[in-house]
Every structure is written in C-alpha cells, then in structure tokens.
Design a protein around this ligand. Structure first.
Ligand SMILES: Nc1nc2c(ncn2[C@@H]2O[C@H](COP(=O)(O)OP(=O)(O)O)[C@@H](O)[C@H]2O)c(=O)[nH]1
Ligand SMILES: [Mg+2]
Length: 479
C-alpha cells in the first residue's frame, strides 16, 4: 500500500536553536498521539500524558520515542487540522532543539510508523499545489523567496507568493473566457433571433483589449526575469584601461589580477554582487585588441560573447588616451577600433578611468550615434570620483530594473521565461481569433479556447471551464 503520510526536517540539518520536523498526511495525528506528551494541570508534578491536540495551538511538550516512550527532547508541537494547513492535509510540526543526533533520533522514530515515509524534495509544496492551496506561480514564488539574495528579488518573490501573479493571470483568463462565452452563445443561439445584435463585435472588442494588455506585459524589457536571475553586467574595453581594477573595486577584494601588462586578463571572471538591492552578475573580460597570442585571442572571443549576452555593458576607457580636445567625447570617432562594434547605444555605460593622469578638460558629454550615454569619470587607483560612480551606477540600474519601488512604475508580471512562452502563445491564439472571418464562429471560438488554455498553463489551472454557466449568468437568452 502506498504510504500517504510524509515527514521531513524543514530546517537545515545541524546545530541551531531549533529544528522543525513536519509531518503531513492522514496519519499525522498518530504521530501527535504517540510522540507528544503534555504536562496538564491535573497531573502529578512532572507527569505528562497524551492529550488530544487542540488544532493550530502550539503546545509545550516532551517529544518521546513512540515505542519506549523515552523522552527525546523538550520542545513544542502543533497540529494543523485539514484543510487549514499549508498542504491542506492534517499536519503536525515538532519543534525540537537542533543537533544532529537529536534530529536523527526524531526522524528515525518517525520511520517506525508503518504508514509514514520520508518526503521527496518539494513534496509538501507539491501537495499544497495539488490540493489547490497554491497555484504554480505561488509555488515558484516560494522557491524564489527562499533563494532570494537581494531586496528586489525578495520583493518580487513576495508578490508572487501573495498571489499577485495568480490574480492577474486569472483576470486575463477570465476575460478570454467571457469572450469565448459570447461566441458560444452566438453559435448556439444565432445572432438576431434569441440574442441581441452586435455580440460578435463585443467579442472582437474584448479580444483587442486583451491583445493590448498582454502586449504591454510582454513589453517589459524582461525586467522581472532579469531581476529574478541577476542583471548581467559585462566590463569591457581596451587592454590596460582598468577593467580588472574596476572589478576588484566593486567586489572590494583582489578577485582579478591587475598588472601594468596589457593582456593580463584572459579568461572571464564573474562575481555576484548586491548593488542597491539588485542582484548583479559582473564579468571582467579580456581587453579587446589585435594580437597573435592564441590564448588571448580565445579570451577576446569570449569577451565578445559575454558582452553580447549581458544586460548592461560597462565600457572602461582610459581618459588620457582619448585624444579629444572638446568637452564632448564622440565615441564614434574616439573609441578604439576594436571596442566600437560592442558599443550599443541602448545598453552601454562608459567609465572614463585614470583621471589622475589626464591633463585635458573634464568631459561633459559622451555621445554615441548622437545619443548621450551615461558616463562617469574616476581614478580607480586614487579613489577619485568612485563614490559618484557607484551612486550613479546604482541609480541607472534601479531606473532600468527596479520593481515598482515608486508608485509610478508597476512591477512586471512576468518573472520567468515559462510565463513569457505561454503569454506569447496566448497572444498568437487571440490574433488568430481576430484573423478568422466572422462567418466562421466555430473555428474562431476554438482559437479563444486555446488562448484561455495557454494562460491557464501559467498558473497550472487547466480544469475545464463551464462556458455555458457564464453565458447564462451574463446575459439574458430569450425567454
Ligand atoms: N594612474 C592610474 N593607473 C590605473 C588606474 N586604474 C588602473 N590603473 C593601472 O592600470 C594598469 C592596468 O589595470 P588593469 O585593471 O589590469 O586593466 P585592464 O587591463 O583593463 O584589466 C594597472 O597597472 C593599474 O594599476 C587609475 O585610475 N590611475
Ligand atoms: Mg584585466
């Protein structure tokens, strides 16, 4: 027989203040009755006994071995009665002190119960999903919340766990189904006889609105996905400009080798940093130049790839080596030839380094293809301008990626490629609906059904909708 009740240690294994062991399933109460002993006011001093648990109430107790009744630890226990638990099943939590031998004595006691088995990874959450307590976007949110390393990642995950994504997706899906309901009514009852005129037009209008909504969610520059996985920032430029010095400055340690010899950095060196709450993965790359050195050439090829793959390109140039005389630096003229192909006006910021060696006047604008680029002037070795640069970079990244810290920007809905794929799919079906001639309502309705299914895949809600219910609840059909 399949063992339906699962157990696992929910806190990290090892020494700590407390450890929490979770048991979920139909036999969870057995664990409570055999392993939890509570001192009651009526019992003799020091004498503890088995009591029926009061749901959702934490109790001070002894946790005992289910057979020998030997006390394993003094702790706490709580019983969550189905369906009001995380998994929607009966759940018992045993809170003990945390130590390896102690925890394994509790876990091996649980193994003695014939109907219990250890949980698989994520199985408690999987049950919560299967029992309808959470949808897929909330499950993903829980994982992201646990994995969150920066403030913005945490905020985004909390929104998903709280059902923000689910609600939004459900709304969109409901609108598609309303659209479908109009068509179904039309197919079943025929326009102009039992139904009012203009039903098809209503459906088309709704579908246009949906296309607009979905398109605006898709046009989010992948902000949500980027913050979830980390903003990829590549440092590139000619040799000896100070790229590796910059990486070391940002990471506040000597991660990269810095020497006056051009061509020192050959392979890509990446580090994860928290920049003002945003997760940033910074890569230092080999300096771009012409060389016969085979290893360096491979490094340069990798540098190109890294720059192309990055979300933000930070180009480091040596200020004294820029020959300009005016206060405007036009990179189309002045940037080194090997660097030019990697400068893209949308994604590039410029760091002008070695200001301590520069005699010329301070640049006021840095241009590329008539577009001003964000830029900063520093001396990394002398520590001049570095504070302004850090603040500026932080502001630049926040403007691009921050998730609704101020009330003007709405946080992006899409935080995963998976969501995007289904959204694009839904959009295509809606377009197909709009492209279907209105004389063919049956295939047109089919496209809408697919669109609704595509959105349902985001939340994992793929049950069959009773479209007729909506038809009857929303309009009055004949008499
Ligand atoms: N004078 C001066 N030298 C610097 C500055 N930043 C870096 N350097 C020096 O320039 C050389 C090359 O630096 P590195 O970071 O290895 O450059 P990379 O080749 O671009 O990675 C080293 O000798 C650094 O000490 C600066 O702001 N001023
Ligand atoms: Mg270097």
């Amino acid at each position: 027989m399949e063992k339906k009740t699962i157990y696992a240690l929910s806190t990290p294994l090892g020494r700590g203040g407390i450890g929490v062991i979770r048991v979920s399933g139909p036999d969870a109460l057995d664990v409570y009755s055999q392993m939890v002993r509570v001192a009651t006011s009526g019992s003799a001093k020091g004498k503890q006994k088995e009591v029926a648990p009061e749901p959702w109430k934490m109790r001070r107790c002894s946790i005992v071995h289910p057979e020998s009744q030997e006390v394993l630890d003094e702790g706490m226990a709580v019983f969550f009665k189905a369906p009001h638990s995380f998994t929607a099943e009966h759940t018992v939590e045993l809170h003990t002190h945390s130590g390896t031998a102690l925890l394994s004595s509790v876990l091996s006691s649980l193994a003695l119960f014939p109907n219990l088995r250890p949980a698989q990874p994520g199985e408690f959450t999987k049950r919560a999903l299967l029992n309808g307590r959470l949808d897929l976007t909330q499950v993903e949110g829980i994982k992201d919340l646990i994995d969150a390393e920066t403030e913005e990642q945490r905020k985004s995950a909390v929104r998903a766990v709280g059902g923000h994504v689910k609600r939004e997706m459900d709304n969109i899906r409901e609108d598609v189904i309303k659209c479908l309901a109009l068509l179904e009514a039309l197919i079943d009852f025929g326009e102009g006889e039992d139904l009012e005129e203009g039903i098809y037009d209503q459906a088309v209008e709704k579908a246009h609105g949906l296309v607009h909504t979905i398109e605006s969610h898709l046009a989010d520059a992948r902000r949500g996905e980027i913050v979830r996985s980390g903003i990829k920032l590549s440092i590139f430029g000619p040799p000896n400009a100070g790229k590796s010095s910059l990486l070391n400055f940002l990471s506040q340690r000597d991660a990269a080798i810095v020497t006056p010899i051009p061509g020192t950095t050959r392979d890509i060196l990446s580090l994860s940093l928290d920049v003002g709450g945003l997760p940033v993965i910074i890569s230092d790359t080999a300096g771009l130049r012409q060389t016969k050195d085979m290893v360096e050439n491979i490094g340069i090829e990798r540098a190109h790839q890294a720059v192309h793959d990055s979300d933000v390109r930070l180009c480091v140039l040596s200020l004294p080596e820029l020959r300009g005389t005016s206060s405007t630096i036009d990179l189309a003229d002045l940037a080194p030839e090997y660097v030019k192909p990697l400068l893209s006006p949308e994604d590039t910021c410029i760091l002008l380094n070695k200001s301590d060696l520069s005699q010329s006047m301070m640049p006021e604008t840095v241009m590329l293809a008539r577009k001003p680029l964000p830029f900063w002037v520093v001396s990394l070795t002398e520590g001049i301008g570095t504070k302004g640069f850090l603040d500026g970079l932080q502001r630049h990244l926040k403007d691009r990626y921050e998730l609704g810290a101020d009330s003007t920007s709405t946080p992006p809905l899409i935080t995963r490629e998976r969501h995007r794929t289904h959204f694009v799919e839904a959009l295509q079906f809606l377009q197909a609906f709009l492209d279907t001639p209105r004389e063919e309502p049956v295939p047109a309705a089919e496209e809408l059904r697919y669109a609704a299914q595509a959105i349902a895949k985001v939340t994992g809600r793929i049950d069959v909708e009773n479209v007729l219910d909506i038809v009857f609840s929303e309009f009055c059909i004949g008499k």
